[in-house]
Design a protein around this ligand. Structure first.
Ligand SMILES: NC(=O)c1ccc[n+]([C@@H]2O[C@H](COP(=O)([O-])OP(=O)(O)OC[C@H]3O[C@@H](n4cnc5c(N)ncnc54)[C@H](O)[C@@H]3O)[C@@H](O)[C@H]2O)c1
Length: 249
């Protein structure tokens, strides 16, 4: 039987690209997103490639909705083999002392609590069924410090801790947990931002040794490798995919 993946934030960007790449490997996909339009679009595209897909609308910052997407996935597909724990938001870009408490709560709620709840419920299913593979989405801001992203960076460093410590507890039972740390990547969100602020794109690009942004397809390729058995002995790693950006900081 073909494998089953749950992908959060699968209605756009890195989540959608990874859904389509995994579909090429015959993987069936639970498409989780708060955005119905994007989620349904991904389901249609996966089905066009071939495998079955199911859209589940959920806000990952709410534990009960996370439990719901896990339960519905198991009900529909029977199990969970792969989990791309990816939904996230950036922030206003304001300096930390100018940031409202609501914004801090929102970013932590989605990026960190959402990721913790996801692993909490998904790993339970995986361990019951003999193991599985998880990839958490960190960021360059999860491995280095940067201005204008203090809360975001705190959540992404948290993702790194979640990744490493899960391995310490559960690798012996067949769980693999890795993280990716993408640099600026041309997803719809980032494209729109840079179209409105072209000079910021020039600055960002100038700081990347390869002098270009990453693509969602490049990230999808890495996630697919890490999730599947091709990466069977890679565990607790944080893989940077950033054109050399963080290695030159
Ligand atoms: N694009 C980049 O440059 C970049 C770089 C490093 C890390 N990341 C991380 O990659 C992940 C995906 O980002 P992206 O660039 O693909 O962004 P995106 O905005 O294109 O996609 C994110 C998706 O997550 C969904 N989402 C947002 N809040 C949600 C919630 N509460 N519950 C469920 N779904 C929710 C959105 O609806 C959207 O479909 C994020 O965790 C982001 O922090 C992105």
């Amino acid at each position: 039987m073909s494998k089953v993946a749950v992908i959060t934030g699968a209605g756009s960007g890195l989540g959608q690209s990874t859904a389509l790449r995994l579909a090429q490997e015959g993987v069936r996909i639970a498409v989780v997103d708060v955005n119905e339009k994007g989620g349904n679009e991904t389901v249609e595209k996966v089905k066009e490639i071939g495998p079955d897909a199911l859209f589940i609308q959920a806000d990952v910052s709410k534990a009960e909705e996370v439990k719901k997407y896990v339960d519905q996935t198991v009900e529909h597909f029977g199990t969970i083999d792969y989990f791309f724990n990816n939904a996230g938001i950036s922030g206003s870009g304001k300096y930390f002392l100018e940031t409202e408490i609501d914004e801090i709560d929102k970013i932590v709620g989605i990026n960190l609590m959402g990721a913790l709840y996801g692993v909490r419920y998904v790993a339970e299913v995986m361990l019951k069924n003999g193991g599985g593979s998880i990839v958490n989405t960190a960021s360059s801001a999860g491995v280095i410090g940067q201005d204008s992203v203090v809360t975001y960076s705190a959540t992404k460093h948290g993702i790194v801790g979640l990744t490493k410590s899960m391995v310490a507890e559960y690798a012996k039972e067949g769980l693999r947990v890795n993280a990716i740390a993408p640099g600026p990547t041309e997803t719809p969100m980032v494209k729109a931002f840079y179209e409105a602020n072209p000079e910021m794109k020039e600055n960002a690009t100038a700081g990347i040794p390869q002098r270009r942004l990453g693509t969602a397809e490049e990230v999808a390729e890495l996630v697919t490798f890490l999730l599947t058995s091709k990466a069977e002995y890679i565990n607790g790693e944080v893989i940077r995919i950033d054109g050399g950006f963080t290695n030159t900081k």
